[in-house]
Design a protein around this ligand. Sequence first.
Ligand SMILES: [Zn+2]
Length: 635
Amino acid sequence: MSNDYSKLGLKIGLEIHQQLNTACKLFCECKPLLFKDDPELVFLRRLRPTQSELGQVDPAAFFEFQKGIIMRYESNEVSSCLVEMDEEPPHSLNNEAVETVLTAALMMNAKPVDEIHIMRKTVIDGSNTTGFQRTCVIAMDGWIKIGEKKVPIQHASLEEDAARKTGAEKNGEIIRYRLDRLGIPLIEIATAPVIYSPKEAQDVALVLGRILRDTGKVMRGLGTIRQDLNISLSKGALIEIKGVQELELISLVLEYEIKRQVNLIKISNELKKQNLSEDSFERNFIDVTNVFSKTKCKVIRKAMQKKKRVYAVKLQGFAGFLKRELMPNFRLGLELADRARYWGRVGGIFHTDEIPAYDITKQEILLLRERVKAADQDAVVFVADSYENSEAALDAVVDRSIEVIIGVPAETRKAVMNGTSRYMRPRPGAARMYPETDIPPLLIREEIVKKIKSNLPEPAEKKIERLIKKYRLNKKLANQLVNSEYYLLFKSICKKSQVNPTTVAVFLTETLKALKREGVKVEQVPYDQVMEIFMGLSKGKLTKEAISDVFVWFSKNDSKKLSVVLDSLGLKMYSIDEINSIVDRVIAENKKTFKMYNQKSFGLLMGTVMREVRGKADPALVSKILKKKIAHLMS
Ligand SMILES: [Zn+2]
């Protein structure tokens, strides 16, 4: 397959954004914590970027801005202050975050810049109260090794995360954001576009993720890492897919995107053979409401009750193409629909390739075709909405259809959890940056770089070697551990507890992976609770067999003391006194067997006791007590 990829001229670049778990936010002293409860403070705002800022805004962002949307910001005291509300200038840049990025950058062989210049990147969707996002390059021109290949790292930067969109009201006229996420430090790493297969991209992401975790300062759980993929084929276009949240999804998302582009190119070639071109389309949007006057289609009926009308456009030569599959469960019609939704704010579109469906009859379609003068080889797209929205939607449909003839349009897409992606917006123009005036440039001092350099975390190969030698893990387990988020946790568990390192490693890799597959929210359990579980095991408060159950309990319930958990799970261990009395009782109940004491009767007694205390007593301890008692009685 890699051969095929090179024939296609596949090029991939990665951009990884990872939240840092620093003591406070990037430009103020607020805690980088998301809150679940009701907000303590709510305020409304409409963004009014200055003209000079808007001059650099791309058309799509400007379109968003023109919608006149109102932002409803929610906050609480722990996670936001006047800085997040844009009522106060930013405080100084968070040093801990700078040093974390420097650490990661040096591990990627990048060169720190002499001076940090904070820049503003225009963002006018309301996710930043200021209308821009602050970002600064910390280091440049690094590389990481993937097998024998050096993959260049273009830059390692530090930026502030945006506010968190939590919903919308009044048909999208008011958008709700939470300020808790705004200002959380993000490290951004960008590779050069020299990755040539989905598998290689996944490997690069794995190594980058490992380096970031090695700093010991990254947040964990869904949403704390966002990977953007830039992908192009020589006959396709540059596509940016934003927001892949799971490492495991990267190669799938890329494979699907390659399929999408290959299929779009195929369709383009077929349409060109029919001599179709930009001029084949008329932007003639016809009111076909009458066709549906007695329709059983619920969506159309509802729209008509709201005084909306049905408008249609003919797409010459497109019959059959709108149902062509671009990726699994994703047809060309969906591309048109997404554009219509974005630019026309409509709920969706109908097209003749998907009918009969939605209770629209063949008779209605015949009439519809007649009204727009469509021949058999033409497709018809129609939409039920206000004239204003319908016109914008159908305009966007025609624009997208012209692009179908040309090939693959460059655009920004959003990753979906099933591996596909959806249209998000056109690609933003370049030069959206201008300098931050509230914070002067900062020197990166030579001593700091030296200090960090002399304390860099070990590279992966060294760690694997140490795990095998010092902790006697097998190679596979050592590998898995180094590639997981639990390497540092493993070391501290082994340092503090007496638990067998292999037991710890198996749990942190294989068991947790299995639990995750079963749907357990593994990332909900903080590291210190995992530590508590193993300390409990070490002190004999629970058995090895109970670790998983306790862990699952922690993932579902707010933090409680281990003893409370063991109680509620009925996993409380027997005390030595309790074991003694159980053993005494079992011996008394089995006097006959005992009188004929031999090795067999020990096994029998042991089995009887264990049936009663399994999971609540350490078998080694039970055996010791039982043997002692037998020896005592025999003497
Ligand atoms: Zn703050």
